[in-house]
Design a protein around this ligand. Structure first.
Ligand SMILES: C[S@@+](CC[C@H](N)C(=O)[O-])C[C@H]1O[C@@H](n2cnc3c(N)ncnc32)[C@H](O)[C@@H]1O
Length: 339
C-alpha cells in the first residue's frame, strides 16, 4: 500500500489540492448560471468579474464566426432536418450573444483548478446537429473543433475513427495530404444510413472512406487497432458517459501509443477528483473503508478501483512533486481505470 512521510511540504500540498477542487467547483457553479443564456451587457460584466475573481485569463468573450465559416466541414457540409427511427439531423439557430462552452477542461495552475473556455458570437449562427432523442451526438461547434484539433493534426496514413457522428473527423482527416484512407466503426445503422444519403455525397474528396457497422468495444483489440497508423476513439457524448466507456476500454489493458481518446484529459479529471481526496484520507490517517462508504453510488466503483490500484504500490511519497506526479500522471490514471 502507498505510504506518505508526514512533513510540512506535504501538509501544504494536500491542503492546496483539496482547496483547488473546492475553488474549481465554486467557479463552475457560478459560471453555469450564465451558460446557454443570452449575455446582456450587464450579465457580461458580472461574468467577467467572476472570471477575474478566479484569475481566469480571457482576452474577450466574443468569438469571431470566421472560426466556423473558415472550417472546411462547416463550409462544405449543409444539413436540413431529416430523421430516421433513432436519430435525426437538424439545423439549430444559436441566437447572438448566447453564452456557450468553447472547449473542455483547461488546467490552471499545478493543482486541480481548471476552467472551461466560454464565449459567444455577435450574430445568429445556424449550426447543423446530429441528435438522438435529447442527446446531441455531434455538431461542428467550436468546442468540438478545439477538442478534436490534436486528433485531426496527428492523423496520417491509414486512420481509424471509432464513432461516425456527422463525419466531422473523417472529413477533416481526408482533406489532409498525409492521410491515405479512413475507416470508421459505427454502432448505429441509422447514423450510417443518414451519413451515406446526405453527408458523404457532399464530401469534396475521392479518397477511400470505409464504414464498418459494429461495436467499437468489440473492435477495440490489438490485432484490429494495429492495422492503422493512427486511431481516434470518440463514441461518447461528454465526460459523463466518456468515463464509463474509457473505463471499459482501459479494462482491456491495451496500451498502444498510436491510439488517442476524445477529451481523455477532461474525463481523467473525474479520476483525479477521486484520487486527491483518497490520498488525503490516507495521509490524514483516516479509514479507507469509511472513505469508500462516503462516495456516491455512481462513483463507488471508481473509488474501489483507486483503492485497488494504490494497494499495489509500495512506495513512500515524501514531496509535493511526487504527489503531483501521481495526481496528473496519465499512466497512473489509466492504470486505475484498468483495475
Ligand atoms: C460524438 S459522436 C462521434 C463524432 C465524430 N467524431 C464526428 O467527427 O462527427 C459519437 C458516435 O458514436 C456512435 N457510437 C456510440 N456508441 C458506439 C459504440 N459502442 N460503437 C461504435 N459507435 C458508437 C454514436 O452513434 C455516434 O454516432
Amino acid at each position: 500500500m502507498i505510504k506518505f512521510e508526514k512533513n510540512n511540504e506535504l501538509n501544504i500540498a494536500m491542503k492546496n489540492l483539496i482547496n483547488s477542487m473546492v475553488d474549481a467547483n465554486d467557479y463552475i457553479t457560478a459560471i453555469l448560471n450564465y451558460n446557454e443564456d443570452i449575455l446582456t451587457p450587464k450579465k457580461e460584466k458580472e461574468l467577467k468579474e467572476i472570471l477575474k475573481k478566479y484569475n481566469v485569463n480571457f482576452d474577450s468573450l466574443k468569438y469571431d464566426t470566421k472560426i466556423l465559416t473558415d472550417n472546411p466541414y462547416f463550409r462544405d457540409i449543409k444539413l436540413n432536418y431529416v430523421d430516421s427511427d433513432t436519430v435525426n439531423y437538424d439545423n439549430i439557430n444559436i441566437k447572438k450573444r448566447t453564452l456557450m462552452s468553447m472547449n473542455f477542461h483547461e488546467p490552471m495552475g499545478k493543482y486541480l483548478f481548471h476552467h472551461h473556455p466560454i464565449g459567444y458570437f455577435e450574430t445568429d449562427v445556424q449550426m447543423p446537429v446530429l441528435m438522438q432523442g435529447s442527446t446531441v451526438w455531434m455538431s461542428p461547434a467550436i468546442s468540438e473543433m478545439e477538442s478534436m484539433k490534436d486528433g485531426i493534426n496527428k492523423g496520417h496514413g491509414k486512420c481509424l475513427a471509432m464513432g461516425l457522428g456527422i463525419g466531422f473527423l473523417p472529413y477533416s482527416w481526408l482533406l489532409k495530404d498525409e492521410i491515405k484512407e479512413v475507416t470508421v466503426v459505427e454502432f448505429n445503422k441509422d447514423v450510417i444510413d443518414l451519413f451515406e444519403n446526405y453527408i458523404r455525397p457532399q464530401f469534396k474528396t475521392d479518397k477511400k472512406l470505409e464504414i464498418i457497422h459494429g461495436d467499437a468495444i468489440e473492435y477495440y483489440n490489438e490485432e484490429f487497432l494495429n492495422k492503422f497508423d493512427y486511431v481516434y476513439v470518440d463514441f461518447w457524448e461528454s465526460t459523463d458517459d466518456g468515463l464509463k466507456s474509457l473505463t471499459k476500454l482501459m479494462e482491456k489493458n491495451i496500451n498502444l501509443p498510436h491510439v488517442d481518446y476524445w477529451i481523455e484529459n477532461s474525463i481523467l479529471y473525474d479520476v483525479k477528483y477521486m484520487v486527491a481526496p483518497y490520498l488525503n484520507a490516507i495521509y490524514s490517517g483516516k479509514s479507507v473503508t469509511d472513505f469508500i462508504s462516503s462516495i456516491d453510488i455512481d462513483l463507488k466503483e471508481l473509488a474501489k478501483k483507486v483503492n485497488r490500484y494504490f494497494k499495489t504500490r509500495n512506495d513512500v511519497i515524501k514531496t509535493e512533486d511526487e504527489l503531483l506526479k501521481i495526481i496528473h500522471g496519465k499512466d497512473v490514471l489509466r492504470n486505475i481505470l484498468a483495475q
